[in-house]
Design a protein around this ligand. Structure first.
Ligand SMILES: Nc1ncnc2c1ncn2[C@@H]1O[C@H](COP(=O)(O)OP(=O)(O)OP(=O)(O)O)[C@@H](O)[C@H]1O
Ligand SMILES: [Mg+2]
Length: 277
């Protein structure tokens, strides 16, 4: 019982701990989602109930039409939230598949919506239409979560956070940039930030996040396993940008129909619904 641990080298122990951390972070993300979901569902239900009442009170067609439209939009949003919870719970493997990163960004922001509001972070998205990337969605979501939480923590009194998605055709990669306008990273710290256990944080903040120093090292491991790249640009007092480069999912040669047909969204809901305030 437990004797195995004595034979592990420190490096192996770190690997084992990292694996446990990744698992714990996945659970944290799910917990976050449950919190957000419950809150959002309540809001959505209120909308549905109120418009149903409106439609029953007013029998004229224009009012009823408007009520139905509102009810449909609210229900679609609820379905999208459910889908992202189910998707997250389902996708536990290490498989990589052609993935719509814009959708992943939206799903991840859904998780952090409450937190970003609480810390007065204004999230801006510039998501160009890009080809699908060949990634494990769950792992890239972990990377995004850490980058977004780091960004949030670099702006303790709020600020602007920019998420950019683009296609670099020359390198055949999808580029995802997370830019904050926070404290920035001093030049002497910059070479260390990807090291395991390197942290400048004094421990978890009021939201219970931060301080193990494993976030970026995990990000780098995941991105490298994807044959991708992660780079950082930072200026003290100005902010920091992390850029991910991930391989484009290559479609099979033009012969015959493509195998990587987009996965149909249940109920036919497009993934474009903007994340509301
Ligand atoms: N966006 C950022 N702005 C300023 N500093 C940053 C940013 N991202 C990372 N850092 C610096 O790099 C360090 C390492 O980040 P990393 O995510 O690995 O660990 P952490 O956030 O301290 O802890 P956790 O393991 O909970 O993520 C941070 O402690 C911080 O000093
Ligand atoms: Mg971190």
């Amino acid at each position: 019982m437990g004797g195995v641990h004595h034979e592990l080298s420190p490096q192996q122990q770190i690997e084992a701990l990292k694996e446990q951390l990744a698992h714990a972070q996945k659970l944290t993300a799910l917990g976050e989602l449950v919190g957000t979901t419950t809150h959002e569902f309540n809001n959505i239900l209120m909308t549905i109930i109120n418009y149903a009442k409106l439609g029953m009170r007013h029998r004229d067609n224009p009012t009823r039409e408007k009520a139905f439209e509102k009810i449909l939009a609210a229900s679609n949003r609820a379905a999208r939230i459910t889908n992202s919870v189910l998707g997250m719970a389902r996708n536990r493997g290490a498989d990589r598949e052609p993935t719509d990163l814009a959708r992943l960004v939206d799903d991840t922001l859904l998780l952090l919506e409450r937190e970003m509001n609480k810390y007065r972070i204004r999230v801006e998205k510039q998501l160009a239409a890009v080809p699908e990337a060949m990634v494990n969605g769950n792992q890239i979501q972990q990377v995004l979560l850490n980058l977004l939480i780091n960004a949030r923590q670099s702006m303790p009194s709020g600020g602007r956070l920019l998420i950019k998605l683009g296609h670099n055709a020359e390198e055949n990669v999808v580029e995802l940039v997370v830019r904050d306008y926070g404290t920035g990273i001093p030049a002497d710290q910059l070479p260390h930030i990807f090291e395991s256990f390197y942290t400048t944080k004094k421990g978890p903040d009021a939201s219970g996040k931060g301080g193990t120093g494993l976030g970026l090292s995990m990000c780098r491991d995941i991105i490298e396993a994807h044959q991708g790249r992660i780079r950082v640009d930072s200026t003290v007092g100005r902010g920091t940008a992390f850029t991910l480069k991930l391989p484009v999912a290559v479609k099979p040669a033009a012969a015959g129909p493509s195998v990587v047909a987009p996965v149909a969204t249940p109920l036919g809901i497009p993934g474009q619904t903007p994340v509301g305030p």
